[in-house]
Design a protein around this ligand. Structure first.
Ligand SMILES: [Ca+2]
Length: 88
């Protein structure tokens, strides 16, 4: 994915014939526009992955944390029940 984004940027850069980093009207074309879209989409994808990964990790951690809490609470309730009524 990083290599592909690099390729897209390289392709876009190839339309900047004088290498000033700006697309002057004579450098703009359908191909340049498509290459630009590719780079922007790639950037969007990268930003999405960068933002969504920590969020998914956080949700995952939250679910694990809550389920651990619940199962510990359940275990302590079971133990309390056993102590009180002599079962288990
Ligand atoms: Ca240029």
């Amino acid at each position: 994915m990083i290599a592909y984004d690099g390729y897209l940027e390289w392709r876009l850069d190839s339309y900047d014939t004088n290498g000033d980093g700006v697309f002057s009207p004579d450098e703009q074309s359908l191909g340049q526009s498509e290459a630009m879209d590719g780079v922007v989409n790639g950037l969007g994808r990268t930003v999405f992955v960068t933002v969504s990964w920590p969020l998914i990790s956080l949700i995952h951690f939250g679910v694990l944390y809550v389920s651990t809490k619940v199962s510990r609470r359940h275990a302590s309730l079971t133990n309390a029940w056993s102590r009180r009524f002599g079962r288990g």
